[in-house]
Design a protein around this ligand. Sequence first.
Ligand SMILES: [Zn+2]
Length: 272
Amino acid sequence: MAWFKREDKKIKIPEGLWIKCNYCREIIYRKEVEKSSMVCPKCRYHFYISIEERIALMADERSFKEIDRYIYPLDPLDFKDSVKYKERLKNYQKSTGYADAFVYGEGKINGSPVILGIFNFKFMGGSMGSVVGEKILRAAETSINTKYPLIIVSASGGARMQEGILSLMQMAKSSAAISHLSERGIPYISILTDPTFGGVTASLAMLGDIIIAEPKALIGFAGPRVVEQTIKQQLPEGFQRAEFLLEHGMIDMIVERKRLKETLTKIIKFFA
Ligand SMILES: [Zn+2]
């Protein structure tokens, strides 16, 4: 006769009050995480932050002015997977309040003017389609016209499959746009946050004159499972984490969120 019965039920966490760390898997009181700009107090993992939080973190108060807010994506391929692409777009536009997955504008960092672009991961996983590519081009052009440094914060799953080849073309378009900056000696700083993958890593994210990553951010092209299956080898520990990339010379530095603005200020002054 059994004395007790054990059931392995998943503990339900009330939405909003607690948050599970993507890295150490600890369950943490949300308020505690929010207090420290969405950084895990146990392991220093940096959670994704919204566009508004990102602007507040990096730009001087009320200095950010968004440019080209209303560029809307089309659906030239008339694409449909489980849902029509047009429908998907409408839903994301409604839930996020943005036209697509990239926001850029002019702002100031400790008084120095910059062009700041940010991927919106909440909009279809920050995927890069025609609008994102076009806005990156425009951000780079604005940077050239004003001679202000360009800073892009990436958080993306990669190219947007619903736009097929058109989204792959954005890799070339954004890379070409950024190459014009170096020809003119205007600095481009790339900031990689968790997660940065696929076509975004394979283009603009890795082209920074300075490449900064947030602690423990996952950065790569294909995901670890795909890589493992392809090369049929076990991957080393910490593979694709920011720390691993720094050790192997893929990025220049890892900067904690609370020191990001100060670090950017130093870099901008250095280039000026
Ligand atoms: Zn953690």
